[in-house]
Design a protein around this ligand. Sequence first.
Ligand SMILES: [Zn+2]
Ligand SMILES: [Zn+2]
Ligand SMILES: [Zn+2]
Length: 361
Amino acid sequence: MSTPAEKIVREIRLNPIVPSESVLVATARSLRPKKAEEPAPRDTRAHVDTCPFCTGNEHMTPPVIAAYPGEKNWEIRIVENLYPVLGDDRQNPNLTFGLQQTIDGYGRHEVMIDHNKHGIAVHEMNEVHLALLFGAYRDRMEQLYKSNKRLRYVLVFKNFGPAAGASIAHTHSQLIATPVIPDNVQAEVMNSRAFYHKNHRCIFCSLIDEALTFEATIYDRESGEIHRKINVGQYVIERGKKFIAIKPFASRYEWEVHILPLQHQGDFLRISKDDLADLAGVMRRTMARLDAVLGGAQYNYFLHSLPHDVECTDCEASYHWHLEITPRTSIPTGFELGSGLFVNTVAPEAAAEKLRAVQLD
Ligand SMILES: [Zn+2]
Ligand SMILES: [Zn+2]
Ligand SMILES: [Zn+2]
């Protein structure tokens, strides 16, 4: 008899926070429409003489904005992006015609060199360093918000490995500050606010509670067969004192994992020093599990936090910041681009079980 996790799943799962971001979970092999080609291996060298982000080549980067712990002995270094997608130098006012509306490309685009070792992966960094890294994200986000009132969102993200679109092999993150709130963040903020007004609860807190305590068996009305069994902790990948890593029930990507603070917190900028240490541990262990299961994970991750905008001033109780990690194991097809409906070929329950089964040292 097959366990529920091995059963063929073919269903459209609704994202509880943003229903329009739903996913077709289709585990039948014949439905597998896409398999990314074997990704180019990532660069694991510690130092590369010609790399502008390696130590000794500091003169090759644009001017430094900040360095941790200091400029001479840096472990993390923030610099301007050499090819920014947004800039603060635009002189010309917008010209709009009919429906051809534009808003100017005002914003900031910065690069954070995450480590002085060229090809180090997140799970290979020690937890003291990871706490420093997430503290650097927080500091720089705060400074950017303060630097200009027009900036309403600072997106922190990381592309790791060629399969995830990283153009420079040296491990780095990026910060993009924009005068508009990204659509997917806006949808999360607005939908969670509506949920809060109706239920007087944060929907993310409710999801964490469900992941931790929910237990149910759903039977078929006619045959009495078990439709779905939900076990305690079925979606939990890792947990610390203050953070939890969850495999979302409606994951759009096969190995997608979200990390959230266990206690409600709307704005990542409020994270404390203790929190950073715990987050570092949960992050390192989660990434180690992903790397072990995938045999070298190439991924994107990004932070979703409360936008700094007048529209969101009442959303601190209803929004809950989180980190979304999306390893790249397949490429979107025409079906996905055309329908907006993502296909996930690994049942999230089975993925969670595999990730939990990894023995960490
Ligand atoms: Zn390098
Ligand atoms: Zn919450
Ligand atoms: Zn999100």
